[in-house]
Design a protein. Structure first.
Length: 94
């Protein structure tokens, strides 16, 4: 297979993935956050950021959107510097 053929195949697979995710109202970045939390059962926001090599701000934005869509349960800190703890909503099926 030539480089151009591989590149075209990769583009088609990416479009297919994005179309499948769109049925659930998710982006690829949001799915990556869900995958990390699913694997660990729960995670702190900072752990997800380090694992995905994203900034805490970017992960926080993704988490807010996933929480609004009811994919995640977020336990907020009590003002003492305790981090956000994230878990999947057991009632939401993907």
């Amino acid at each position: 297979m030539t480089f151009d053929a591989l590149n075209a195949l990769h583009a088609r697979l990416r479009r297919l993935r994005d179309n499948c995710l769109a049925e659930f109202g998710l982006t690829h970045a949001q799915l990556r956050v869900i995958a990390v939390i699913h694997h660990m059962k729960w995670a702190e926001l900072s752990f997800v950021a380090r694992t995905l090599d994203l900034s805490r701000q970017a992960v926080h934005r993704l988490v807010r959107r996933l929480e609004a869509k009811r994919y995640l349960i977020v336990e907020r800190g009590d003002g003492t510097g305790r981090p956000l703890v994230l878990s999947l909503d057991p009632l939401r099926k993907i």
